[in-house]
Design a protein around this ligand. Structure first.
Ligand SMILES: [Zn+2]
Length: 512
């Protein structure tokens, strides 16, 4: 048993020890760190520091240095950060973050220290892909961003425009400006060119509109792409996703199109720009071959809606309508099936190869079987690639591939169906077509836009032309099933598909 005095002694001793320990921690808490972002010292109003082995940085300084925008809601202690493709929200002292609408758990909560909002390194890594490395001896933290890369530059000369396409590893911010004397269009991209082949850094085009395209690392953060023009013409810059691209279109003026028809240009250029009568245009169209592939058929019903509507019947009707429209305009059209019969997945692209098709379009209706699936909705267009855009793209590919006898759900499916196709130009053609198909379908059907995606489909295997697979709505969704039942809605889909095929063929690059 302890006497009263001894207890008091113990309490005092305990207090002394705890004050001593907390002093040690205090020292540890105050340990300052110097931060280098992409090799440059980050200047901050309050110093970044290590707190119990965790690194905290002043929110505003680091976010602004990363090029993000910050909004602080003091009453809620909520911080909202917008970066180029990400939106992150955190609440002080709450170990959770919302990233692009999704809640995730974080180990270290942000907090207010010395009247400043401080973010743990963990939250900063949610804003941008980075590598961080702390040198414990010098207390120096190096944060290096994984820069978006420009992976390629392509150009196409169309009768009415020149298109320059910049391939990117991911979405990134860009700015456009024009300079004159000589006339130039400049695109500054927040990226690095380290992956660009040296012969791609200056590309000679020398057509009626553009002399050449040059690319260089303008400064540490920026790649500058310069199109040297013959004249300053109307132009358009926009981005496309999956994969990420920035596209510059430079348009031919009326006068240029007119003068191109005069004798000052070689005869082949004149022919391209000569106005055609409608009848001549229709006759022209028969040089284009389109193979239409209604999915499934016969013993393979495809997806089935809640009221029993079968994918195989809807897509056959759409395919027949599309055939009628395109045939009336003179195109050469073949269907992989015209009736409710079994057709193997492998023989479908074979037909497109045998007919030397310019366009191969496979028509399907989407469906998902997970809980809550009746609410899935919208249109998506696929092109073949070795990788899936996202998990749901894999589900769709798995489902549509099931009809193949070679199919198994393992990863070796990629070996079976890929070959070297993903490296060939048909991916670019297919992406161009897919963008047009997706845009027209969304416009004309009013269905939701699920975007252009890439996944390995057997039906698209070995096709060396523009080849896409469309999933026109969800048959599992009672609202979309109802629409798909009507001939009127199927006609809309066929019209959208025919329009996009025509858009594509009209602008098809002749040679790459
Ligand atoms: Zn299908």
């Amino acid at each position: 048993m302890l006497g009263k005095k001894r207890i008091i002694n113990f309490v005092i001793l305990f207090l002394i020890i705890s004050i001593f320990i907390s002093n040690i921690f205090c020292l540890a808490q105050q340990e300052e760190v110097s931060v280098f972002l992409d090799g440059n010292l980050l200047n901050t109003e309050v110093p970044p520091h290590i707190n119990n082995g965790r690194i905290f940085l002043p929110a505003r300084d680091i976010v602004e240095a990363l090029g993000g925008r910050i909004t602080w809601f003091p009453a809620l202690k909520l911080l909202n950060i917008i970066m180029s493709d990400r939106e992150v929200s955190v609440v002080m002292d709450v170990p959770e973050a919302e990233v692009n609408g999704k809640d995730i758990t974080i180990e270290n909560a942000p907090s207010i220290i010395q009247n400043r909002v401080m973010l743990p390194l963990e939250v900063i890594s949610l804003l941008t892909d980075l590598e961080a490395d702390l040198d414990k001896e010098s207390n120096q933290l190096n944060i290096n961003r994984k820069r978006p890369l420009i992976t390629g530059i392509r150009n196409y000369t169309h009768p009415d425009k020149t298109r320059i396409v910049l391939d990117l590893s991911e979405k990134t911010a860009y700015n456009v400006l024009t300079l004159n004397d000589p006339e130039r269009i400049v695109i500054d991209i927040d990226a690095s060119i380290s992956q660009l082949e040296s012969e791609q850094k200056e590309v000679l085009i020398d057509n009626l509109l553009v002399s050449r395209v040059r690319t260089g690392q303008f400064n540490q953060d920026t790649v500058r792409v310069v199109a040297d023009l013959k004249n300053m013409n109307e132009y358009d810059v926009f981005e496309l996703s999956s994969p990420q691209r920035i596209v510059l279109d430079i348009y031919m003026s009326q006068e240029q199109a007119g003068s191109a028809a005069e004798s000052s240009f070689p005869p082949e250029v004149r022919e391209e720009t000569l106005p055609e009568t409608e009848a001549a245009a229709v006759k022209e169209n028969d040089k284009y071959v389109v193979v239409i592939d209604p999915g499934h058929g016969g013993s393979q019903p495809g997806a089935i809606g809640p009221s029993g509507l079968k994918e195989k019947d809807v897509v056959l009707d759409i395919a027949l309508k599309l055939k009628r429209i395109l045939q009336n305009e003179g195109f050469s059209i073949y269907l992989t099936r015209e009736k409710d019969v079994d057709v193997s997945l492998e023989s479908r692209p074979l037909m497109a190869l045998q007919k030397e098709a310019d366009v191969f379009i496979s028509i399907h209706i989407n469906s998902v079987f997970q809980k809550g699936s009746p609410t899935a909705k919208g249109v998506e267009t696929y092109v073949l690639n070795s990788r899936h855009t996202d998990a749901s793209a894999k589900d769709v590919a798995d489902r549509e591939n099931k009809a193949s006898e070679f199919y198994n759900s393992g990863d070796d499916i990629l070996d079976i169906i890929l070959g070297d196709l993903s490296e060939s130009a048909s991916i670019d053609f297919s992406l161009d077509l897919a963008d047009m198909v997706q845009k027209r379908l969304v416009q004309q059907t009013g269905l939701g836009n699920r975007g252009v995606k890439q996944a390995p489909f057997i039906v698209l295997k070995g096709v060396n032309m523009a080849a896409v697979l469309v999933e026109v709505g969800f048959i599992c969704n009672p609202n979309e099933e109802k629409l798909l039942k009507t001939s009127e809605f199927r006609e809309k889909i066929a019209q959208a598909l025919s329009q996009s095929v025509k858009d594509y063929l009209k602008n098809m690059p002749e040679n790459i």
